[in-house]
Write a protein that binds this ligand. Structure first.
Ligand code: NAD
Length: 385
């Protein structure tokens, strides 16, 4: 009988069809000396049946039993308000827990004696952390899916075609924000044959864009360096943001499809497509705002999870694109979690070591305290701006 039980609950956020562990990954968890307990139906949104989990070596139970018996709970999204109270004191929960948006709950998690592991805070440039990089695995899915959604909504061709009925011009696709999701969007749009341009405020992204066969959009005089720390962008000043929007207006108006993926960690997504830019687009054009959220998005007026048509332009609020490819996204995510547990479970026991550089970044609460300096600072100085 294993000393450690790893639990997986059905996700409760509306529209969240991913699951934290897929059957393929169960043997990797049992190999660590743990028992795996899955809530019945947890995988159904991603087409993983209870039988497949059982065949892979997991037990199935209802949500109450998973809460009561688990030493570790693996999640995709943060628990609904009040749900963490159902966990045992001293147990651990891990996932993409959005700590920058959850200031109030983090204090509760600490007070409940929970160990909280936020993969959102992973130091991604450390090579030993890369197998755990759930932000990257999910952004990769989001970038791909954004282009598929755009191609579906766009009523023209993506590739150039020479047919007996004449030549078809390729679609002009513009990708704004070229981190992981943006680069995958460029690659996907190129595979479909579109002519792709892209823009980012981090100067280092220029070479990556060009290496994928896209054109890098220069905005002369707007901004020379928007790089912040840790490889991320910094938040622009209001004046920089206005200058950027104005310079982008014309590029946006020439595009048939615009995919936006720009984010600044812990901040609202920057608005890159203004109402003025939207109004100048041709009817039939399509925008996919992969940064759309309850805190705003990259496109003026985009609404998370909804498609709007504004003067003939489709504006798709792609707030949770990975959930639209739940099987692929869950499989990658579960592998990330298995890599995380290889770090946290030693000889069948949970071992938290805050002197380890990966753990000290991602463990947010432990032993009744908020242990992450970044989050302690956030709690002291206010929540997401
Ligand atoms: P992200 O999701 O935080 O942001 C997406 C992109 O939006 C970024 O490229 C950012 O520069 C851009 N952006 C922000 N504000 C903008 C604005 N006003 N205008 C235009 N673009 C704007 O980024 P991400 O995908 O998580 O990647 C962040 C960084 O981490 C990148 O440098 C990436 O290469 C790096 N990374 C490194 C590793 C690794 O070393 N293994 C893994 C993953 C990511």
């Amino acid at each position: 009988m294993a000393d450690l039980t790893i639990g997986v609950l059905r996700e409760t956020v509306a529209g969240e069809s991913r699951v934290a562990v897929v059957p393929e990954v169960v043997p990797r968890l049992t190999a660590l000396g743990a028992a795996v307990l899955i809530e019945s139906g947890a995988g159904s949104g991603a087409h993983f049946a209870d039988d497949a989990y059982a065949a892979a070596g997991a037990d199935l139970a209802d949500a109450d039993a998973v809460h009561a018996r688990s030493d570790l709970l693996l999640r995709v999204a943060p628990p609904a308000p009040g749900a963490a109270e159902r966990m045992r004191a001293g147990s651990l929960h891990a996932g993409l827990l959005r700590p920058f948006e959850r200031a109030a709950e983090i204090n509760t998690w600490a007070a409940l004696g929970l160990t909280t592991v936020c993969l959102d805070l992973l130091p991604r440039t450390l090579s030993r952390a890369q197998t755990m990089d759930a932000l990257t695995s999910q952004a990769n899915v989001a970038g791909y899916r954004a282009v598929i959604r755009a191609a579906e909504a766009y009523q023209g061709w993506f590739p150039m075609l020479m047919t007996a009925a004449g030549t078809v011009k390729p679609a002009e696709v513009l990708v704004l924000g070229t981190g992981v999701a943006g680069l995958q969007a460029i690659a996907t749009a190129r595979r479909l044959g579109a002519r792709v341009s892209a823009y980012d405020i981090r100067p280092s992204s220029r070479d990556e864009v060009i290496s994928l066969g896209a054109r890098f959009v220069e905005l002369p005089g707007v901004l020379t360096d928007g790089a912040g720390s840790g490889g991320y962008a910094r938040e622009l000043t209001v004046a920089e943001q206005q200058a950027q929007q104005q310079a982008l207006d014309e590029v946006i108006a020439r595009s048939d499809v615009v995919i936006t993926t720009a984010q600044v960690p812990g901040r609202r997504p920057p608005q890159l497509v203004s109402e003025r830019a939207l109004a100048a687009m041709r009817p039939g054009s399509v925008l996919v705002d992969a940064a759309s959220s309850d805190h705003g998005g990259n496109v003026a007026g985009s609404e998370p999870g909804r498609t709007l048509t504004i003067d003939g332009v489709s504006v798709i609020g792609g707030n949770n694109l990975p959930a639209e490819m739940a099987a692929a996204a869950s499989t990658a995510y579960a592998r990330n979690l298995a890599a995380l547990l290889k770090l946290l479970v030693v000889d069948g026991k949970l071992v938290i070591d805050l002197t380890d550089d990966v753990q000290s970044a991602i463990v947010v609460t432990h032993d009744g305290a908020v242990t992450s300096p970044a989050i302690a600072d956030l709690l002291q100085n206010g929540s997401q701006s």
